[in-house]
Write a protein that binds this ligand. Sequence first.
Ligand code: ZN
Length: 261
Amino acid sequence: MPDAVAVVPPSPSDHCVLVAGRRLLTPFPRHADLSALGDDVTWVPLGALDGVRVWAAGLPEKIDTLGRWRPWPAVAATLAEPLAALAGRALQIVTWRRSHRYCGACATELADVPGEHARRCPGCDLYVPMQLSPAVLTAIRRGEEILLVKHTYGPTELWALVAGFVEAGESLEEAVHREVAEEVGLTVSDLRYFGSQPWAMSGPGVVLTGFLATAAPDAEPVIDGKELAEARWWPLRELPDALPPAYSISRWLIDAAAKAV
Ligand SMILES: [Zn+2]
């Protein structure tokens, strides 16, 4: 169920996920630990953890006396599920709320819609839901090898997968074929859906979808040099050490491809 903006306030024992900029306060405090924040904080329900409600809130800046503020990748790498997922969800929702405050049509300040992660314009009635941004990742195999790439932006030291956002009017499968053609100049076949993961790193509402695909035995990547710095085939039994982190669908795809050898 989508969550409402707070109708009933948090209880003292409820869990709270605080976000300041791109950082989260860890370990997650109980609401009773946050009396110093006062009443100016807008609490957004995130769900429940073992029957205890969980809330998210954004602060204008981190308050160091509350505890340790860490970026989401560090939180996701060290917290077990479902805490890591809650952290990502909190970051996405708080980021969306901060960046969707005014009506895009008439510039009136938007109002929260009770019961939803959505806002509505009191001036022109425009409905503004928290929209999702699907992206595709593709693990391309060539026999017992996998195509890994290095990007020119983001974590450039990692050997990652070909990836990109789905464009308007495009299916996930069409996005895979377009991204693979654009980024590495390859044609792939035998496309299979693998799974998906909400991803808090690349802005609010990003959902990564993973695919496995096959390239022809003589296929060689050609990179554009803009988005990608390097692309090469790696033997699935001798993968590089600098792979995407264990909590990422990129890594799950690479591991799944390696397991199939
Ligand atoms: Zn409006």
